[in-house]
Design a protein around this ligand. Sequence first.
Ligand SMILES: Nc1ncnc2c1ncn2[C@@H]1O[C@H](COP(=O)(O)OP(=O)(O)O)[C@@H](O)[C@H]1O
Ligand SMILES: [Mg+2]
Length: 455
Amino acid sequence: MNIIIVIYELLKMFFIGIQKGIFINPNGKKLSSYLESLGPIFTKFGQLLSTRTDVLDYETAKELESLTDSCKPFNVSQLKKIIEKELNEKIENIFEYFDDEPLAAASLAQVHSARLKTGQDVVIKVLRPNIERKVKKNLRLLKSAAKIFSYVYKESYRLKPNEVVKDYESTILKELDLKLEASNTNLTRKNFLDSEELYIPEVYWDLTTSNVMVLEKIDGIPCTDIDQIESYGIDKKTLAENGVMIFLNQVFRDNFFHADMHPGNIFVSKENPEKPGYIAVDCAITGSLSNDERYTLRACCEPIFEKPLSEIEFGKLLLYLFQSTRQYGLSLQTSLVLLQKTLIHIEGMGRQIYPDLDFWGIAEPYLDNWLAEQVSPIKLKNYIIENKEDILIKASEIPSVVFEAIDEIRSFSKNKNASNQRIIELENQLSKQKYINRAIAVAIIVSITIIFIVS
Ligand SMILES: Nc1ncnc2c1ncn2[C@@H]1O[C@H](COP(=O)(O)OP(=O)(O)O)[C@@H](O)[C@H]1O
Ligand SMILES: [Mg+2]
């Protein structure tokens, strides 16, 4: 983008800011109205900001939460042209029926209902035309604005503007490739295919490209529609407990979690009211955690989840989580920011469905099991089998490394003629260690051999 245009756009942003009174006594209301007037990409940024309780105060975050990125739909004939170009086929040859009225129109994509020639009801998600160019242009503006903000406003380091914008960039760019969303959808579907807790619609791969995705159409109750959930006689306690199990299974069992669990993407299944499950769409943004992060999360959950959900302060949990990761030398990973976002949505959903949910009652046995599995002999055996070459090479190197160290110390002491007591002690210790290390090396080799014989 030309520098003159960037300056012009930044000045425009500045004047709109003055108009919205954003520079005097800023608050959540002013900020959300300001972002809304800057357009859909900024509104979406506001939505992401609403989950950053590590940098924003609670009131501001709450205010930003109400932002929605629904937009005016784009022309359906243009949308059909995109589908025909992407799928290289006429609309009437693919679909028996196509609903021209969109199901949803957001800043990046538009969703329509349709029926395939085979009779299967589907939805078709299409990215807006030229959306990548628009997003990249807006990202450049946001980055420049964040730099100026951190330069002009010295206190801004607390708000980490550059980091927050970078985080937004990595999230929004993932939403610009529907093939990526399709493959995340498919993986989550596979992970829960045998479960009653969560259903993920099937992807029609033959009808999916980077700009177009066709999915099995689902029919669920929006998870915020408590009246409808009740009218179907759905057991709300079980439903809320299932939500916790999905979260735990995604984070601890699969290490692959849906990180955009805002209410618009989660539905409640109408089948099996006494054993109710969820249906999720929009798997563009997913996360996974490192082992250290998962251990930390487990440790953080313990003192806080002992209370019923209505008393849990997730803000505190997350703050504690962030502090602990810092303490353990883990940097603030995008994955943790995603987890934070997920927890905030789960909290909101859980509170609405069943406020007295005993989170810890479900999480404790689950997490204890998980921890036991992590250090189980089977896990150790698998680790040794997976890393046998490395372990053998390292084990065989141990004795020679020890001998070399002793030789070096010996020659050092002879050359210098300094038979000082400390070196002799060290030499004695090392020669003892020599036998211990040899014993360890032999033990490792023997264990591997036994494991091989056994398996
Ligand atoms: N498989 C589906 N079946 C039925 N409705 C769907 C399906 N996928 C999406 N929708 C509807 O379309 C809306 C937007 O789809 P989504 O994938 O969430 O798009 P966006 O990325 O724009 O949020 C959803 O909130 C839901 O109401
Ligand atoms: Mg969505």
